[in-house]
Design a protein around this ligand. Structure first.
Ligand code: FMN
Length: 305
């Protein structure tokens, strides 16, 4: 029997595939649909302290090897978000991860406390969005002191297990991973989008995205994501949700071998629909059967041997 059940701290997942933040919004209905399509866990779009319009359209553009997006963390009011989250937690048959952000360290604490009232299985601090500026002018996840301060603040504000989501856009992701683990993170997810990048429209001579720059996701970022997860696994003991460019079961195998305990599938859902979760689980199972792996434990971190 091939066993693809995954574990994140004390939470069990039927399979290691996870819907990452921001891919399919926040409504209970869309999260339920993804769970019904075979995702092992689902993450909400990042919930913020107040209603936010995000950037003007166009905010997503297809490029070779993936997407550039500058959605800019648009979200409804905190009250509306929590109402939706509460329904999602009640109705979901798979674990729910509530992603959230603040623009200051104190705001991270306040939003964490509010979001935790809905009792999701995890809260996920998004300290890594490349399209908005925190009060210090760059995402908190680009400085180990700010990353640790946010983590500590959130841990003081909530009893729900905390995932901290890291950015690849740093010189040394190991330093950030060590800082957030030391500050109390229960899990790490990586990576958020790469870049930012830019695409120019040749007829107008202007940037395609209204915000000019956007974060890169999709197959082109897979090698960067695998390297980040490999380095994080070398540095910390907490479980890692690895994401960035996964499209197939074989991509998922790479991510598990690099050290991930579960795998996020984002842009592939955007392109291929939620059916991709079942496809990835099926391909992963077949790879394990053919190669004699009986459980995910045999795969996780294998590239470090
Ligand atoms: C359109 C879009 C919106 C996103 N919104 C969020 C978000 O709200 N919060 C967040 O933490 N990550 C967000 N992300 C990043 C994804 O969760 C994921 O980390 C990234 O896309 C890499 O995975 P992928 O290549 O499988 O898409 C977004 C990505 C895309 C493409």
């Amino acid at each position: 029997m091939t066993d693809i059940r995954a574990t994140l701290r004390s939470v069990s997942l039927e399979n290691p595939t996870v819907l990452p933040a921001g891919i399919l919004g926040i409504t209970a209905a869309s999260l339920k649909r993804v769970a019904a399509s075979g995702a092992g866990a689902v993450t909400t779009k990042s919930i913020g302290p107040q209603r936010r319009e995000g950037h003007k359209n166009p905010v997503v553009v297809e490029v070779n090897g993936g997407l550039l997006n500058s959605v800019g963390l648009s979200c409804p009011s905190l009250e509306e978000s929590i109402e939706e989250l509460t329904s999602a937690v009640k109705e979901s048959r798979v674990p729910v991860i509530a992603s959230f952000y603040g623009r200051s360290i104190d705001e991270f604490g306040l939003v964490a406390a509010q979001v935790s009232k809905a009792k999701p299985d995890f809260i996920e601090a998004n300290i890594s969005c490349p399209n908005i500026e925190d009060e210090y002018g760059k995402p908190f996840g680009t400085d180990h002191r700010f990353a640790a301060a946010v983590t500590e603040k959130v841990k003081d504000s909530s009893k729900i297990p905390l995932i901290v989501k890291l950015t690849p856009n740093v010189p040394d992701i190991k330093v950030i991973a060590a800082a957030v683990e030391e500050a109390g993170a229960d899990c790490i997810s990586a990576i958020n989008t790469l870049g930012p990048g830019m695409l120019i429209d040749l007829s107008s001579g202007k940037p395609v995205l209204s915000n000019r720059f956007g974060g890169m996701s999709g197959p082109a970022v897979l090698p960067v994501a695998v390297r980040c997860v490999y380095e994080i696994y070398d540095t910390v003991d907490v479980p890692i949700i690895g994401m960035g460019g996964i499209q197939s079961g074989l991509d998922a195998v790479q991510m598990l071998m690099a050290g991930a305990s579960a795998v996020g599938i984002g842009t592939a859902v955007w392109k291929r629909g939620p059916e991709v979760f079942n496809v990835v689980s099926g391909e992963l199972t077949r790879f394990m059967q053919v190669n004699g792996y009986r459980s995910l434990k045999d795969l996780i971190g294998r590239a470090h041997q």
